[in-house]
Design a protein around this ligand. Structure first.
Ligand code: COA
Length: 182
């Protein structure tokens, strides 16, 4: 179970700590690092759809920084030894009905393949399920995104359907408080 720097279940978005990572709220001075991560076509291949303006990465960072949702949710930077290695989020879904909580994860290519996304996603999932006491945490994964399907599986997410989301075919996953966890 990750440690959380939060006084109560509904405190402002907390910093989470795992064995290797500090998972802290995203901030403006992360912009350059986040831009570098998403500028890599391998990282953004399931995001950078046709017809997006050239400014799509900064627009996306602006939206993340402007998040004004439920307390305890938001966008986080994954930091290892003072290096921003990835970002993730837990926020009301704009794609699924009912404002359910949707998780997301992204790692810079140089930092993949070491279990860091698993570590961060477990912490955010458990923050949602156990600290915020959400009834469920949802994830949408593009059908072709094999690394994310493996990650969802490692986290105990259960596939419950498919649908067109973010402009493409996605699998719908859910983790419940009783889902066996890593
Ligand atoms: C999805 C994404 C975050 C997964 O990254 P990842 O590095 O594969 O995931 P992890 O950091 O958890 O690493 C797991 C891999 O490292 C290996 N690994 C090495 N050491 C490990 C450790 N200590 N613990 C766990 N796994 C470890 C695992 O075997 C696994 O490899 P495998 O998937 O080939 O079996 C990454 O591919 C990404 O950023 N993709 C682009 C963005 C994206 O599509 N985001 C999702 C939108 S839904």
């Amino acid at each position: 179970m990750p440690r959380t720097d939060t006084a109560g279940a509904f405190a402002q978005q907390p910093t989470l700590r795992t064995e290797r990572l500090v998972i802290r709220p995203l901030r403006e001075d992360d912009r350059r690092d986040v831009r570098d991560i998403f500028s890599d076509p391998e990282v953004s291949s399931f995001l950078a759809g046709d017809g997006k303006p050239a400014t799509w990465i900064d627009d996306m960072i602006d939206r993340r920084l402007a998040f004004d949702g439920p307390k305890g949710m938001g966008h986080w930077a994954f930091v290892e030894d003072d290096i921003l290695v990835g970002v993730g989020h837990l926020r009301p879904s704009a794609e699924l009905a009912g404002d359910v909580a949707e998780i997301g994860w992204y790692l810079g290519r140089d930092h993949q393949g070491r279990g860091l996304a698993t570590e961060a996603a477990v912490a955010i999932r458990d923050h949602g399920l156990h600290t915020l006491r959400l009834p469920a945490v949802w994830a949408l994964v593009h059908n072709g995104n094999q690394a994310s399907h493996r990650l969802a599986g490692r986290l105990g997410f259960v596939e419950v359907g498919t649908g067109t989301h973010y402009g493409g075919p996605h699998k719908v996953y859910v983790a419940l408080p009783r889902t066996p966890s890593r």
